[in-house]
Ligand binder design. Structure first.
Ligand code: FMN
Length: 306
């Protein structure tokens, strides 16, 4: 493999290759994150952490469906105070950028959690905006451009590290949300989080998940995610991190051609194991070589020029 061909610069972070661990798939511990890096990941994103500890929803929280998973785990997390120790430990052992995923139920919560994450050693924060805003019942932060911009603005005001904004596909126009986030200072856009979904047990006639509705991930959402990245690339200038259903190097290349500068892998790790990173990286490298490209950068957004 050619390390120069694979290296990418992402909003001030330098990644040895364009693959990243997506938020929430593996826990928070330094050991787990380290094993993903040993598997080849160019950067890791932690599970989302909020201000206060949460136990999440009762089981069942994940169900396998054709071509993917539906999950409604309910953001279980130890709270930022307890998590700062894990961030410090992870930072000490990881040789790749450590991105802490942050959520909140108010502007202030996002800012407090992001600031603590960065102070403990996060190289960047990724804002998970797929959670409800307490003052706007029922509306997710990432579904309202004004609320989204305010969250991003507040976080940018307190952290000196790159701020990634991870968008929800459950909106009419995801590029409008990307524009709002970038105007407010987002350094990169991650697209996408899970797609709203549900599954019903036909014998009991009951929804399978305890929360009834959940988020679909895995190969089923890949075409939706590719379209989202393509739409966003047309409207903003900051780097895009593609995510959603990537299981092979071909998927990864497709996202890069649509406009992604890096990609995240989630569900494929649960389905195929951590070896997926190595095979995706090798495949991207072989593709670039076969096509005569000298870097990943040369093919970012290429589908827009053809
Ligand atoms: C079990 C599970 C837990 C997740 N937890 C989070 C989370 O805490 N924060 C977040 O931003 N995204 C979370 N996600 C979404 C993933 O990071 C990713 O955006 C989504 O699953 C699509 O990518 P994939 O098809 O590669 O999994 C979770 C996904 C799954 C399947």
């Amino acid at each position: 493999m050619n390390s120069e061909r694979l290296r990418v610069e992402l909003a001030g972070l330098s990644l040895a290759n364009p693959t990243m661990l997506a938020s929430g798939i593996l826990g928070y511990s330094a050991e787990t994150l380290k094993s993903v890096v040993e598997g080849g990941a160019g950067a890791v994103v932690t599970k989302s952490v909020g201000l206060n500890p949460r136990s999440g929803y009762v089981n069942p929280t994940v169900v396998q469906v054709a071509c993917g998973l539906i999950n409604a785990v309910g953001l279980p997390n130890p709270g930022i105070e307890a998590f700062t120790r894990d961030i410090r430990e992870a930072k000490a052992v990881l040789k790749v950028p450590l991105i802490v995923s942050v959520y909140g139920f108010s502007f202030e919560e996002y800012a407090v959690v992001a600031e603590k994450a960065v102070k403990s050693g996060a190289d960047a924060v990724e804002l998970n905006v797929s959670c409800p805003h307490v003052k706007e019942t029922g509306v997710e932060i990432g579904q309202n451009p004004e609320i989204l911009a305010k969250v991003v603005g507040k976080v940018k005001g307190v952290v000196g590290k790159p701020v990634f904004v991870k968008l929800s596909p459950n909106v009419a126009d995801i590029a409008e949300m990307a524009e709002a986030a970038v105007k407010a200072g987002a350094d990169a856009i991650t697209a996408i989080n899970t797609v709203k979904a549900m599954a019903i047990n036909i014998e009991t006639a009951k929804p399978i998940l305890s929360n009834k509705r959940g988020g679909l991930s895995g190969p089923a959402i890949k075409p939706i995610a590719v379209r989202c990245v393509y739409d966003i690339y047309e409207r903003v200038k900051v780097p895009i991190i593609g995510c959603g259903g990537i299981t092979s190097w071909r998927d990864a290349v497709e996202f890069i051609l649509a406009g992604a500068s890096a990609i995240q892998i989630g569900t494929a790790i649960a389905l195929k194991g951590q070896g997926v990173f190595r095979s995706v990286i090798r495949g991207i490298d072989a593709y670039l070589k076969r096509k005569g490209f000298r870097s990943v950068k040369e093919i970012v957004g290429l589908a827009h020029r053809n």
